[in-house]
Write a protein that binds this ligand. Structure first.
Ligand code: GDP
Length: 302
């Protein structure tokens, strides 16, 4: 029975990955979502010794990017030093384990080319992007030193398990709550903002495929298409059988200060080398998220 160790196992991606691997017959071990333990060599050593993984999926990260120096320091500690720590400890304790690192489109920051590929230069523009860029380079260095280490460069990926403060889930949950009569309007920021969104379950399948290849490499997991926040609104409200024009209020305080950026990835390499194909379209994803939010268990976005 193959064994896997997942950091960030309770997050959106970790929970789906755990279920997928268990379904494939893996023995799955893991640590809960982003906490500083990943920076503790002793704890990590014990966890790897106990689980003896064939595959390590490093998903835990500090994703909250605040203004304060304290948050910046913690972002760097978890996302960069934590990843270095994992690489060094795994190379020592389980040198034959294959390692997948969840890198991010934020490593490209304000990108020099559109769409981005695996060779687009790193140009991060926020602390989260800087921490992920340095960790991505550390993974490449481990690979150059002969270890099986892979960067999955992940663009925005969503699902019914997405946290309520991300814009897709905020919109889908608001549409459902308005349809139930529990909320009257959706206050939203820049509706022209565009992202390359795909389904989280497609992305975690890509993670697994990446570790089944003979040789380690870097792969972009993206749809190759951008949609706007406005597109999300129109699909979600249509699914909830509502006219978005009657319920959506633009709130300037929710606009972000950064310039428009064109983060869109080309999935050509993952498709060619791994046979990775998207199984769910953007429209199907937003429809499903809205329908799930319409269920009785839905929690409301802030
Ligand atoms: P991000 O790519 O990790 O920042 O993912 P988000 O889902 O938080 O945001 C995606 C895009 O939606 C960004 O360009 C935001 O500026 C835009 N956006 C517009 N209105 C909102 C809003 O009310 N909440 C959030 N979270 N994002 C919004």
């Amino acid at each position: 029975m193959p064994s896997a160790f997942i950091t960030g196992i309770t997050g959106q991606d970790g929970s789906y990955l755990q279920e997928m691997l268990a379904g494939k017959g893996y023995e799955v071990h893991g640590w809960p979502s982003a906490d500083c333990d990943i920076t503790e060599p002793d704890m990590l050593r014990v966890a790897l010794q106990q689980s003896q993984p064939d595959e390590i999926y490093h998903l835990a990260a500090q994703t909250h990017v605040g203004e304060s120096a304290q948050v910046e320091a913690q972002t760097m500690a978890v996302n960069f030093q934590g990843t270095k720590n994992l690489l060094v400890t795994a190379q020592h304790e389980t040198p034959n384990a294959k390692i997948f690192f969840a890198s991010s489109s934020e490593i490209f920051g304000r990108p020099g080319e559109v769409p981005q590929t695996e060779t687009t230069p790193l140009n991060p523009i926020n602390p989260y992007g800087v921490s992920k860029a340095r960790a991505t380079e550390a993974v490449r260095a481990a690979r150059a030193a002969g270890f099986y280490a892979v960067n999955g460069i992940l663009y925005n990926h969503e699902s019914p398990r997405r946290g309520p403060n991300f814009v897709t889930q905020k919109i889908c949950q608001a549409a459902a709550a308005i349809a139930r009569g529990e909320q009257s309007e959706l206050r939203i920021g820049d509706t022209s903002a565009a992202r390359d969104w795909c389904d989280a379950r497609d992305v975690i399948r890509g993670m697994w495929l990446a570790l089944q290849a003979d040789d380690p490499d870097d792969y972009i997991f993206a749809s190759g298409q951008t949609h706007t926040v406005q597109d999300v609104i129109e699909i979600a409200f249509e699914t909830a059988k509502l006219d978005w024009r009657s319920h959506v209020e633009i709130d300037k305080s929710l606009f972000r200060g950064t310039e428009p950026r064109q983060l869109v990835g080309t999935p050509a390499k993952a498709r060619a080398v791994l046979g990775w194909e998207l199984q769910t379209s953007f429209r199907e994803l937003i429809e499903e998220m809205t329908q799930e939010a319409e269920g009785p268990q839905a929690t409301r976005a802030q």
